[in-house]
Design a protein around this ligand. Structure first.
Ligand SMILES: [Zn+2]
Length: 220
């Protein structure tokens, strides 16, 4: 079938399609920022970077900030690896630019949730002193899962494999079931799993003394 030449295609893309996409996104973003300013709800942002190729040699990295109560993306930054020292620094650069953008927009960020990337931790601590920094439980669970998967391969530890899913779920639950974010309660809920997997369901930590599940009955 006949079609445009490649040159015409790219021409249309550059002169028509891309400007439209950019305009629609900017209008959307403007409306979203206005909405957030209007509601005056404290802003809770989740931020994470992704790269065009897995590993450490990506050419482009994007950094996305999402408003977590509505799951709407409020800002995206694209960083090219040659703009920074190395591709690892792209994530921090993306976050830095995103925060500067929101500051220009006079948006206050009381809470931010990210992974535990060391450069990110340091930057938020130093540059965002009025912002509370939380770690994303998804990234914590991912690290934990990897450790347990390694443990399964050790001698006499294969049974751990049957617990991985439940233990990760428990980690999510410890955070999600504590909406006030009380760290002592979250910690004791989390640590109770050590007793639970040994069929002991009470006598855990001070802030979470016993399991909440019903009686599990006798083992077969
Ligand atoms: Zn239990």
């Amino acid at each position: 079938m006949c079609s445009n030449s490649l040159r015409t295609f790219f021409n249309h893309q550059r002169t028509l399609l891309h400007p439209v996409i950019e305009r629609v996104w900017k209008e959307e973003q403007r409306m979203l920022l206005d909405e957030i300013r209007f509601t005056e709800e404290p802003l809770i942002l989740g931020g994470d970077g992704r790269a065009d190729t897995p590993g450490h040699n990506a050419k482009f990295g994007s950094y996305t900030l999402m408003e977590l109560s509505t799951s709407k993306v409020v800002h995206v930054e694209l960083v090219q690896s040659n703009e920074v020292k190395n591709s690892n620094a792209m994530e921090k650069e993306g976050l830095t630019r995103s925060v500067h953008f929101l500051r220009e927009e006079e948006m206050h960020i009381p809470t931010i949730v990210t992974d535990r990337h060391l450069q990110i931790q340091k930057w938020i601590r130093e540059e965002m002193p009025d912002t509370v920094h939380h770690y994303d439980v998804w990234h914590v669970a991912k690290g934990l899962r990897k450790k347990m998967e390694a443990l399964v391969k050790e001698k006499d530890c294969s049974i751990v494999g049957r617990w991985i899913r439940s233990i990760c779920n428990h980690l999510y639950w410890a955070a999600a079931s504590t909406p006030d974010g009380n760290g002592d309660v979250i910690r004791d809920k989390w640590l109770s799993v050590v007793n639970h997997i040994q069929n002991t369901h009470y006598g855990h930590g001070k802030h979470f003394p016993s399991c909440l599940h019903p009686d599990l009955g006798q083992d077969d």
